[in-house]
Design a protein around this ligand. Structure first.
Ligand code: HEM
Length: 233
């Protein structure tokens, strides 16, 4: 009989790192999009969230500390680095492997395989797009607030960056969470319910993020015309 090859604990450990960091990033995104949506309540609400996250409450001058944003972005960037490092071993690197994969996806009519394909493609795109956002936040930590954010989004291409980042990040995070549930909870009964719930969460987050982005764009256009940004515009 042929002997089984032993891979040791390495792959299992890498899997754990990938899942743990991916899960934390997905939960961060859920929280982040809800905090971002404070712009829908009004400019004061968005500025209050920015003030709170800059630890304005701990600063006797009341301005807050840019270092808080830099630290948060560094933590997210480290989680992203670990997640990508652990996931890269699954990315096809040769043309031959890509061809085999697309042939496989063409033949296999299985939801799980398609989810894996979506995860791979959105993951590769995020590797390029997400660092742009994180590095912008780290280099411009003082420019977070109703007016600087709106001007960045309208005048510095933020609309395009977020227009790409939003669907990519939402799809990647929600599909990733579904795959984590199925992997660590194999007896999870109602797969159809889980798939429907995931689709509803994707739509909800896209609508929430889309409206928030729209509010920033509308504020930026008002500011460009010399108007001030007020609640409800
Ligand atoms: C600590 C790290 C992060 C900080 C400080 C941060 C901060 C911000 C801020 C202030 C905005 C509003 C627009 C602006 O001012 O430019 C924004 C928007 C956005 N961020 Fe982040 N972000 C971080 C990490 C992430 C991550 C990890 C993701 C995705 C996985 C992400 C996805 C988005 C998206 C999709 C938008 C647009 C939201 C919308 O459409 O309303 N961010 N972020």
């Amino acid at each position: 009989m042929r002997k089984l090859i032993s891979f040791g604990r390495g792959p299992a450990r890498m899997d754990l790192i990938q899942g743990l960091c991916g899960g934390l990033l997905a939960l961060f995104l859920l929280m982040h999009l809800h905090l971002e949506a404070s712009i829908l309540i009004g400019p004061e609400a968005f500025d209050a969230v920015a003030w709170f996250l800059h630890a304005g409450w701990a600063d006797p001058a009341g301005h807050g500390y840019a270092a808080m944003v830099v630290a948060a972005a560094l933590i997210v960037l480290s989680l992203l680095g670990l997640h990508v490092w652990a996931a890269l071993r699954r990315v096809p690197i040769e043309f031959r492997q890509w061809r085999a994969l697309s042939r496989h996806l063409g033949h296999v009519r299985h939801g799980g395989t398609w989810l894996w394909g979506a995860q791979l493609l959105t993951g590769i795109a995020l590797m390029l797009v997400l660092p742009v956002h994180l590095i912008t936040m780290m280099t411009q930590p003082h420019h977070i607030g109703v007016e600087p954010s709106a001007l960045r989004i309208v005048n510095e291409g933020g609309w395009l960056l977020y227009g790409l980042l939003l669907p990519l990040a939402v799809l990647h995070a929600v599909v990733g969470l579904v795959r984590l549930v199925l992997k660590w909870w194999p007896n999870f009964g109602r797969r159809r319910t889980l798939r429907r719930l995931a689709a509803a969460v994707v739509v909800y987050l896209l609508v929430l993020g889309g409206f928030s982005l729209g509010a920033h764009v509308s504020n930026g256009l008002s500011l460009n015309q010399g108007k001030t940004v007020m609640a409800g515009n």
